[in-house]
Design a binder for this molecule. Structure first.
Ligand code: DLL
Length: 432
């Protein structure tokens, strides 16, 4: 099923024309209204008049997460604050988060692209959507919410966590669609089985899973355990949240809604654009966003694009599921984390050294993060009681900074292996 046949199956020449027109408008707008972009374009020697069609996009400079943080909170606004009706921010940055500010038009666009996402997997107004993505500053909850409501489905805004309640709601209300992270869907499957739910007989039939990496074998597992068809959905706060790309009923690569979000693949070392089919870093330019339009945003996600025809009839370019990252970002229970965030916290705490390692494991389909930190000789000689107190203190500080719980284990001085090159900060034992 296709939500917006006219847009999603647009002939390629018309699509190029539309993208060109929208890019030209966006560039004019940001040059005139966002001092940050004017400065960047001037420094790069590019003027709005130089952008005549979508292929000229490669003349424009990139935007990075650091650029966005530097102009926190409102530096990328392309409209007056009185036109902003909602704000979301991303997790996983040291210092200030990245801000996405939405006008009424942007919220409307979000509902549209999420309606496309859910319809692509078969959701209709007859469905009951159990939305177990987190509501709040994270974009998952409200993004899926707007899409489900746009379709006219019944949305249950249960948000993340509280597994027993999730299972009760699923049973009592007869949820037909589940939206959450892939790992949480597997956790629900196991907990449901233990609670005596027979998923083969339950009305649940579709899952829209994303916000973290997963694999084909994980899809098979989820589909078998929950007796649903599971779709990969992709997005990021900086662009709009979920609703940037999604699989269709053929479950073969994700269609990028490129009439609104223009994708490129670049060589992460040189910044040179790469042709279709070649793996590299995914870059997005928003073509219609009003509040915080973004030009050539470097996502750090690795994938490739293909224009091979898809049997569903959509003409929108497809991207492979995310293959990795060009940086050391970890996603734990759907929350983005950088080792540098941990370091920032440790530097403020007495009795420990900034020698640490993050161990991530998946047990019963839930992620567990252990942070091993070296203590100072003094703390080491103070005794167990003091060490335990310190562990609790660091756990609390890390939870505030990372927005996810971790277990802290203080280890003896010099216990963490030193490296002659880059320190090995992450041991990821998850077999995704
Ligand atoms: O995770 C938005 C989202 C919510 C997407 C719900 C899908 C469903 P952020 O918190 O800003 O936004 O994190 C964005 O998460 O750059 C990827 O590295 C990763 N990511 C998102 N979706 C997928 C996916 C939301 N389907 C970052 N597969 C992105 C792999 C994903 N990684």
């Amino acid at each position: 099923m296709i939500w917006n046949v006219e847009c999603e199956t647009m002939p390629l020449d018309k699509l190029r024309e539309l993208q060109s027109e929208r890019l030209i408008n966006t560039i004019r707008k940001v040059y005139a209204h966002v001092p940050y972009y004017k400065k960047m374009f001037d420094a790069h020697g590019v003027k709005p008049e130089d952008i005549c069609n979508i292929d000229d996009i490669s003349k424009l400079p990139f935007t990075t997460k650091d650029d966005m943080r530097d102009v926190y909170p409102y530096g990328l606004l392309a409209t007056s604050l009185k036109n902003i009706v909602e704000i979301h921010t991303s997790s996983g940055t040291t210092g200030k988060p990245v801000v996405d500010a939405y006008t009424r038009g942007d919220i409307d666009l979000w509902g549209e692209v999420m309606a496309r996402t859910l319809t692509a997997g078969g959701v209709t107004e007859d469905d009951i959507v159990q939305n177990a993505y987190g509501y709040g500053l994270f974009t998952g909850g409200l993004g899926a919410h707007y899409g489900a409501q746009r379709i006219g489905a019944t949305c249950i805004p249960i948000s993340g966590g509280n597994t027993n309640r999730q299972l009760d709601v699923m049973r009592d209300f007869g949820s037909t669609v589940l939206t959450c992270t892939p790992s949480y869907s597997l956790y629900l499957a196991e907990a449901g089985k233990e609670a005596g739910i027979d998923f083969e007989k339950s009305p649940l039939k579709l899952g829209f899973l994303g916000a973290e990496p997963w694999s084909e074998s994980m899809r098979t597992d989820i589909q078998n355990k929950l007796h649903i068809k599971a779709f990969d959905i992709f997005g990021l706060t900086e662009i709009i949240g979920p609703g940037v790309a999604a699989e269709c009923e053929l479950q073969n690569l994700l269609h990028v809604f490129e009439d609104h979000f223009y994708p490129e693949i670049i060589n992460p070392d040189t910044g040179e654009p790469l042709p279709d089919g070649e793996k590299g870093e995914l870059v997005f330019t928003t073509l219609t966003k009003e509040g915080t339009p973004i030009i050539r945003y470097r996502t750090r996600d690795i994938t490739y694009l293909t224009r091979d025809e898809c049997g569903c009839g959509r003409t929108m370019v497809r991207m492979h599921r995310i293959l990795g990252r060009t940086d050391d970002m970890l996603i734990v229970r759907g929350v983005n984390i950088f080792p540098s965030q941990v370091e920032q916290v440790l530097l403020k705490i007495d009795g420990v050294e900034p020698h640490y390692q993050l161990l991530v494991e998946r047990k019963h389909n839930l992620d567990y993060l252990e942070v091993q930190v070296e203590m100072t000789e003094n703390l080491f000689s103070d005794g167990l009681k003091f060490i335990e107190q310190k562990e609790c203190q660091i756990e609390r500080a890390l939870c505030d900074a990372l927005l996810v719980h971790s277990r802290v284990k203080l280890v003896e001085p010099k216990a963490i292996a030193r490296s002659e090159g880059k320190a090995k900060r992450i041991i990821d034992k998850r077999n995704i």
